[in-house]
Design a protein around this ligand. Structure first.
Ligand code: XMP
Length: 523
């Protein structure tokens, strides 16, 4: 394992990605982690970049015991400055001169063979990406230069005895063309890690871990939604403990067209998961009646979901006890690594723009422990895992769908009629996107029903009907997004079909707003 200590750089999680891509397991922990309290022994440590200036009051600092672990250390940008602050004695200082963009790194050969290991096998010069506010303006005592650029004499340094390295550039971003090689040189050639972190090995390891955690008798309950995360988590549970995993699908009345049937078919019939579907559509829709405020809609749906799910979990628990099989003692959650990173950040979770409905506090009275089999994975790794586990392709590549579903895509009041219109339009939209082979290029697409009426004409009749807005975005992290330009002929087909097939709609508009300042959902 490589330990990455995070000083809050926007690129920290990318370091994790690159190391994983090299097939090496790594963990990202906040920079405030006490080295004595680590529950594993890393083979090497990477110190990330940071938005702070090293000399600022309140700037985060690494536990200097990291150098007593006796393992190689690599500092990136701010991490380099931390190394120089701790190891460099009085010789070092910082200069504030920010640099942002491409640079050519000239590799300087050392007479110490260990010092050359980091940049071994790279082109000389090699293109790197700089993004920093400060740089060190003296070589720390005991270090030597192993790389420089036009503007930075200390772009890469190495200790002349110990396996300690610092680089000013960011190897984790793809603009550093051979950055991945730098990180894999560090992990493999310097720390001695081997590439054994593959998805297959993950499956075996995780199934074993689940079995151990849950024990011989424990049963697990988990909500599934038809989305890729909960599906993959459920399949993994099924593989690990068979029918002692109980999946629950709550039909909240605001799911997509045919979604319940599809989940029943794929998870229940095809994948053989022990699945129950609770039809609570009326309960949700009754509670949503006359509510227009998006946050209120989210709260109602979130709370009602917990209530329904809780009731079902109790029923399952009673049945298990009645049959003499293990009682429910665990709750499955499809938490992904980005959520874990967010929650362990030393800066605390970022500001809430929309209160995403999550299952925190769920089933408090049952005192269930959590099982989170995906907590080490990024979204694309979950997809790869799903593929290995035989999850149908259309499910693996499904666009994300918000917990409050169509309720936040029907702007204004959520009536059964409005849900029907939005659902039908959305179905046609997605079907045409798939036919045009665009579904995989778009990160998320949906149709929203706007709370306005406009005048139209049909035959000789004046109409006064509703407006559908088509949304399609491209994004990697859903924090920012660009609107996606669907080709005009496809838009024409979509528009024609919705106008012809969906009663009550006489106008279609295309949303050309990026996030920010818009968000992906309209509510
Ligand atoms: P926004 O609209 O915030 O959406 O740009 C970003 C991503 O989050 C999804 N989203 C939600 N997911 N509950 C969820 O489970 C919610 O309340 C919710 N609101 C937005 C949205 O679909 C997009 O993928």
């Amino acid at each position: 394992t490589i330990l990455i200590l995070d000083f809050g750089s926007q690129y920290s999680h990318l370091i994790t990605r690159r190391i994983r891509e090299a097939g090496i397991y790594c963990e990202l922990l906040p920079c405030t982690q006490k080295i004595e309290e680590l529950d594993f022994k890393p083979k090497g440590v990477i110190l990330s970049g940071s938005p702070y200036s090293n000399t600022d009051e309140g700037a985060p600092h690494v536990d200097s015991k990291v150098f007593d672990l006796g393992v190689p250390v690599l500092g990136i940008c701010y991490g380099l400055q931390e190394i120089s602050r701790i190891k460099g004695g009085d010789s070092t200082g910082l200069s504030r001169k920010s640099e942002y963009g491409f640079a050519n790194l000239e590799i300087v050969h050392s007479t110490h063979s260990h010092a050359n290991l980091l940049l071994e096998g790279l082109q000389n010069p090699t293109q790197v990406w700089m993004s920093h506010g400060d740089h060190i303006d003296n070589l720390p005592t005991g270090f030597e230069i192993i790389g420089k650029t036009d503007t930075s004499s200390f772009a890469a340094i190495a200790h002349n005895k110990d396996l300690i390295y610092g680089i000013q550039f960011h190897p984790e971003v793809t603009h550093s063309i051979e950055g991945k090689k730098v990180l894999s040189n560090f992990a493999k050639n310097i720390c001695g890690c081997s590439s054994n972190w593959t998805m297959d090995s993950f499956v075996d390891k995780e199934i074993e871990r689940i079995r151990k955690v849950v024990g011989e008798n424990g049963s697990v309950v988990g909500a599934v939604s038809g989305g890729v995360d909960s599906t993959v988590a459920a399949v993994l549970m099924k593989r690990a403990i068979g029918d002692r995993f109980h999946a629950v699908l709550v039909d909240n009345g605001v799911m997509r067209m045919n979604e319940c049937e599809q989940v029943k078919e794929s998870l229940g019939s095809q994948l053989g998961i022990n699945l129950r579907v609770v039809d609570a559509a009326d309960l949700f829709l009754d509670r949503l009646a006359t509510v227009t405020d998006p946050e209120k809609k989210r709260k109602i749906i979130g709370n009602t979901f917990i209530e329904v799910f809780e009731k079902e979990a109790h029923l399952i628990d009673e049945e298990c006890q009645h049959k003499g099989v293990g009682k429910i003692s665990f709750l499955l959650q499809g938490t992904l690594y980005p959520d874990v990173i967010e929650s362990i950040s030393f800066k605390g979770p970022s500001a809430t723009i929309k209160s995403h409905h999550n299952v925190g506090g769920l089933l408090a009275d049952m005192r269930l422990e959590l099982v989170e089999p995906l907590r080490e994975l990024f979204k694309d790794e979950v997809r790869a895992l799903g593929t290995i586990l035989g999850v149908p392709e259309d499910l693996v590549w499904r666009h994300p769908f918000p917990g409050p579903g169509i309720a936040i895509r029907v702007l204004g009041e959520v009536t059964r009629e409005q849900v029907k219109i939005a659902r039908h339009a959305d179905y046609i939209y997605i079907e045409e996107i798939k036919k045009a082979n665009l579904y995989r290029s778009i990160s998320q697409a949906y149709a929203a029903l706007l709370p306005v009426r406009s005048v139209g004409v049909m035959g000789d009749q004046r109409t006064y009907d509703q407006v559908i807005a088509l949304r399609a975005v491209e994004t990697t992290d859903f924090m920012t997004a660009d609107w996606f330009a669907i080709p005009t002929p496809v838009l024409k087909r979509i528009s024609n079909r919705i106008l012809n097939e969906v009663e009550g709609v006489n106008r279609i508009v295309y949303d050309i707003s990026s996030k920010p300042p818009a968000t992906i959902e309209w509510e």
